[in-house]
Design a protein. Sequence first.
Length: 268
Amino acid sequence: MGSKLSKDGCFHFPTMDERNLDTLRDYLCNYNPPEGCGSSCINILLVCMVGAGKSSIINTFLSALHPQGPTMTCVPTGMNPQSVTPELRSYRAGCLKFWDSAGWNALKNIDRTKRVLQMILEGRVPKGTNHSIPDLYIANYPIIPENVIHGVIFIFDIDTTDFISDDKMKEFQELQTMVAQKYVHRVVIGTKFELLGIPEKHNAWIYEYEPLQRKFEQLAKRTGMDRRSMFVVSNQWTGEQIEMIKCILALYVLNNMVRNIDRFLKAQ
């Protein structure tokens, strides 16, 4: 399940078959955090610019984690008036809890964004707290051990990353540096890779597809993050059940995160 670099620049090689799907799902659905974790769950925060697909990705995770179950639409998305996330929300599946927050460009002021992110990482923001309230200061909110964040997923719309301004990317670098300084595991997920013109029949070898590799190379340079920490997840699915390949792509990144977080927690 580890990452390696092939001659063509590909790091990830998830096996796209039912056996691997069952293995990934079994590990994640039966995972229990180690003693001393401070929480009954692994808390994963999703962070992105407004409209990059954060809420849809949570629905994908929830759907992929439920074998034989219907696709989940617990999180409002798209044109739903509730899809813009003004407050901190959480969605639990087993011992995994996904935290949905406001887009990092929604608060306008980078200093405020950094302060709010720090508070969320430290578990100081109760679920349901509106990010825009003026008195959101660390001194007013004690740490809630159950809410301390163990991993952060930064989400980018792969099709539009070239249009993000240098100023906004500089702000992002500040945010991801803050996460790194907290020793919180972090990865990047690229969404909407379908818009790169990758035929669906090639999704089983998505990480070996050259246009995606070029996108990740550019994103690594602009964000300062390692390409090995970059994954793809599809938030484009229809029907009663998510297709096998899209399930595996979603569970593959979660498996990578949880195993790394577990090793870190056990080393404490």
